[in-house]
Design a binder for this molecule. Structure first.
Ligand code: PEP
Length: 251
């Protein structure tokens, strides 16, 4: 089991300077009220990273980005390197989110190269995997997750430097979640795949993502093999996100 659970908020393409500052400040203030917190990360849009970095400075909240480029620098208009993310205070970067796999055609090979760049820059990649509804209906969910985990992990990945997020695509933003048994089973598939050729499979953090909210967090986060959550919509509401943090078993 991973050393300490991680609750990461993926704000996606939401927020303004004013709302981001208010949300980050609200969460940072709540941290002072609780002694034993899980690891917490906020992943705002790239343009708001600097503002959120200064707002959470001095709090236990870590900063994460939603994507990075695989190269350190160069002619890549609109992209951000993992090295710059590290330089502006990020500790984490999400790679291979299903929205990027779908909207930008990101393949396992590209996701792996981004995760490698993250490691090389000193960031912890949160590597997202998960099947579509059609793949689940066709009985291929486990195969898809096996292929994505095996294909997206960078060389040198260890439980100390990567996080995996199992996010069934059909559960993202829909209000639907898999059954607890399905979550447990898919996390076991991801963990077994990670563990091929590695001795620290029991320690790698595997987050669940897909319509986690205050009302279902306790059940999902208590499941064996679930080491935290990647939270989209509910992370935009300080009270709901805090309920999720509060529901996280202290390990
Ligand atoms: C996500 O996009 O990573 C996610 C889990 O979104 P939501 O919580 O809104 O389903």
């Amino acid at each position: 089991m991973a050393a300490r659970a991680l609750i990461a908020g993926n704000w996606k393409m939401n927020g303004t300077q004013a709302t981001a500052k208010a949300l980050a400040a609200d969460l940072a203030a709540r941290c002072n009220t609780v002694p034993m917190l899980p690891r917490i990360a906020l992943c705002p849009p790239a343009a708001l990273l600097g503002l959120v970095a200064s707002t959470i400075s001095g709090s236990p909240i870590a900063l994460g980005a939603q994507d990075c480029h695989a190269q350190q620098k160069g002619a890549h208009t609109g992209d951000t390197s993992a090295w710059l993310l590290k330089d502006i205070g990020c500790s984490f970067v999400i790679v291979g989110h299903s929205e990027r796999r779908a909207d930008h055609g990101e393949t396992d090979i590209l996701v792996k190269s981004k995760a490698q760049a993250a490691l090389d820059a000193g960031l912890m990649p949160i590597i997202c995997v998960g099947e579509t509804e059609a793949e689940r209906d066709a009985g291929k969910a486990a195969d898809v997750v096996r292929r994505q985990v095996a294909g997206s992990l960078p060389a040198g990945a260890t439980a100390a430097n990567v996080v995996i997020a199992y996010e069934p695509v059909w559960a993202i933003g829909t209000g639907r979640t898999p059954t607890p048994e399905d979550v447990r089973a898919m996390h076991a598939v991801a963990r077994e795949t990670y563990a091929v050729g590695r001795s620290d499979g029991a320690d790698v953090a595997i987050l669940y993502g897909g319509s986690v909210k205050g009302s279902n967090a306790k059940v999902l986060l208590a499941l064996p093999g679930v080491d935290g959550a990647l939270v989209g919509g509910a992370s935009l509401d300080a009270a709901d996100f805090w309920t999720i943090i509060d529901a996280t078993p202290r390990r």
